[in-house]
Design a protein around this ligand. Structure first.
Ligand code: C2E
Ligand code: MG
Ligand code: MG
Ligand code: MG
Length: 293
């Protein structure tokens, strides 16, 4: 490789060879810059939660909180880009705590408005965040600090998180469940979790990954997987929600196969809070009457 310079490291002792790869070096400094930017961004309030509605029988029953970062120079940065790095560097710990606190404060403000009070709010939790030692206390402090009932809060976790330390996972989920906190298994079907975990873990919901929803009408395998996840979840007493629903035909397919709820661009992308609240009022009000309890 032409860009690979081989040199003898002066301070690393005799006979130690190190490889120096300028491309790799550039990648390392880009990551360091991003990490620094994230720290600054968190301190300066550049992060924001957006809310995507979750729908059951035409009514908005809750939302998923999705993190947005408005970088002063680069503009909008996708969570798909910065969450993995935040997870690697450990910045997910303060960032995740901020998300939990902000979500609970949002629930507290909804609790004061009859049309919004029944909504649940789902928060994404990443593995490092969940497995840190004080996680349960952190969630309880966020709930208590905002004066919010744990039953309004759902935590979305991926299969990878469950696999990392099953005993720790079961213990923490059990503790939080005692306060009413719900658990949804995100991106279900894309990970490597064994079906036996589904019965051991106190889950409330499976979320069918959008990769199965996308071609559900044209790919018989995706259709089979979607139907099977609904049947599996339902048999285990879990609710099943589909993500990434973009067309009426996809929604109709899922409804016909008894999927309980859905979210996706068909109704709305994730929205800033004021727009989300306005959408709830419009969608849930029937004939101008306030929504039923
Ligand atoms: P996720 O939790 O699976 O979220 C679903 C993603 O699909 C979101 O992307 C959402 O905006 C997008 N989406 C929703 N409806 C549709 C649709 O109809 N079609 C398509 N094509 N996409 C749709 P987003 O907001 O970019 O988030 C990406 C991922 O970043 C999330 O995947 C989640 O894993 C992670 N993430 C976002 N916010 C947080 C957070 O606060 N904490 C943690 N730990 N992770 C987060
Ligand atoms: Mg999610
Ligand atoms: Mg998902
Ligand atoms: Mg997904």
């Amino acid at each position: 490789r032409a860009d690979l310079a081989l040199y003898q490291a002066k301070d690393a002792g005799r006979d130690t060879l190190r490889f120096y790869d300028p491309k790799m070096q550039a990648a390392v400094s880009a990551r360091a810059a991003l990490e620094l930017d994230m720290r600054t961004g968190l301190a300066q309030g550049q992060f924001e939660l957006y809310y995507q509605p979750q729908i059951d029988h035409g009514r908005i029953i809750g939302a998923e909180a999705l993190l947005r970062w408005r970088h002063p120079r680069d503009g909008f940065v996708s969570p798909a880009h910065f969450i993995p790095l935040a997870e690697e560097t450990g910045l997910i710990l303060p960032l995740g705590e901020w998300v939990l606190k902000t979500a609970c404060q949002r629930l507290a403000s909804w609790a004061l408005q009859p049309a919004l009070a029944p909504l649940s709010l789902a928060v994404n939790v990443s593995p490092r965040q969940f497995h840190q030692s004080g996680f349960v206390a952190q969630v309880l402090a966020a709930l208590a600090g905002a004066g919010v009932d744990g039953r309004q809060l759902k935590l979305e976790m991926t299969e990878g998180l469950l696999l990392e330390d099953v005993e720790d996972t079961i213990d923490k989920m059990g503790q939080l469940k005692g306060y009413g906190v719900g658990f949804s298994l995100d991106d279900f079907g894309t990970g490597y979790s064994s079906l036996s975990y589904l019965k051991r873990l106190p889950l409330d919901q499976l979320k069918i990954d959008q990769s199965f929803v996308r071609d559900v009408l044209t790919d018989p395998n995706d259709a089979a997987i979607a139907r099977t996840v609904v049947a599996l979840g339902t048999s285990l007493g879990l609710r099943v929600i589909a993500e990434g629903v973009e067309t009426e035909a996809q929604r109709e397919f899922l409804e016909r196969h008894n999927c309980h709820a859905w979210q996706g661009y068909l109704l709305s992308p994730p929205l800033p809070v004021a727009e989300f609240e306005a959408l709830v009022h419009r969608t849930n009000a029937v004939d101008g009457l306030p929504p039923q309890a």
